[in-house]
Design a protein around this ligand. Structure first.
Ligand SMILES: C[S@@+](CC[C@H](N)C(=O)[O-])C[C@H]1O[C@@H](n2cnc3c(N)ncnc32)[C@H](O)[C@@H]1O
Length: 280
């Protein structure tokens, strides 16, 4: 597959996260403590991919979610664009593996992962780069493997000039409508199986540090998590039953010889963003 298009602002995004990485950790910005619905999503994801292979947390920041998944019994590791974030991850979780890498530069073997996450880490990618990254995810998954993507809901882009702790940053937050994201996952070869849509928190507004470029955060939900599964046929019987339906519900064909269909698309709701990114 051709390499993913490199974002023109990659250096600026990396330097920005390097600048606010210490504050991100001090603020415990990615904490899941007050996020029962997100923890539930991660638990369902972990249950679905356990035993299928390693799990890669792409844009895992200082490693909190990677460690959470490891605690759920997954062979989880993380990569992140920001060396400072990775330093924190290695210091906080010395038993886990973390490396510096952009989501746009992943060198993953085909069918090498049981699961992959883009957990509030893909919203800085230029819109034209996201499909290629999702395709990379899809191709790296074993049959029945799952991708979990969390991001901010809305329309348009927001230019950020201030990040965690008020540090100067230079990045764009690209907002997505859940159905738009579902379409992109499907185009990448992944069948959406679940969605968690989180409502905007009362009283939150775009901060002065954000200059919306036609951005319209979704009033009904400022964040969404999506799980999609690898569409390729499962060849390992032991994973077939748990990871895939007994038959393709659209055409009745045997999923062992045909792409499997979405088995369940369930929407569960709310919660709130796991971090204090002020976009709504
Ligand atoms: C809002 S933080 C989320 C971190 C982590 N997923 C969490 O939930 O705590 C966004 C992270 O995405 C990383 N990131 C941004 N662009 C990236 C890219 N192109 N490749 C890899 N990581 C990226 C940033 O360095 C940062 O650590």
């Amino acid at each position: 597959m051709p390499p993913v298009q490199q974002p023109a602002d990659l250096d600026a995004v990396r330097e920005s996260y390097d600048r606010c990485a210490d504050a991100y950790v001090e603020m415990d910005a990615g904490s899941l403590d007050a996020q029962p619905w997100l923890r539930a999503g991660l638990a369902a994801f972990a249950e679905s991919v356990r035993g299928l292979g390693p799990v890669l947390d792409v844009g895992g920041g200082p490693g909190g979610v990677t460690a959470h998944l490891a605690g759920l019994g997954l062979d989880a590791s993380g990569v992140d664009l920001s060396p400072r974030m990775v330093e924190h991850a290695r210091r906080r979780y010395p038993d886990l593996r973390f490396s510096v890498c952009s989501a746009t530069d992943l060198d993953l073997g085909p069918a090498s992962l049981g699961g992959v996450l883009g957990w509030w880490s893909l919203f800085n990618l230029p819109r034209e780069a996201l499909p290629g990254v999702l395709k990379t995810f899809a191709e790296a998954l074993v049959p029945g493997g799952q991708a979990l993507v969390g991001t901010h809901v809305g329309e348009g882009d927001i230019a950020r000039t201030e990040g965690y702790g008020g540090h100067p940053v230079n990045w764009t937050t690209h907002l997505y409508r859940p159905e738009e994201l579902a379409g992109m996952l499907a185009d990448a070869g992944l069948d959406p199986v679940a969605e968690v849509r989180l409502p905007a928190r009362p009283g939150r507004r775009a901060r002065r540090c954000c200059s919306p470029r036609g951005a319209r955060p979704d009033p009904s939900g400022q964040a969404a998590g999506r799980v999609a599964r690898c569409r390729r046929a499962t060849t390992t019987p032991s994973t077939t039953t748990s990871a895939r339906p007994p038959t393709d519900s659209r055409n009745g064909s045997d999923p062992g010889s045909a792409p499997c269909a979405p088995t369940a698309t369930s929407a569960v709701s709310p919660g709130a963003m796991p971090m204090t990114v002020p976009i709504a």
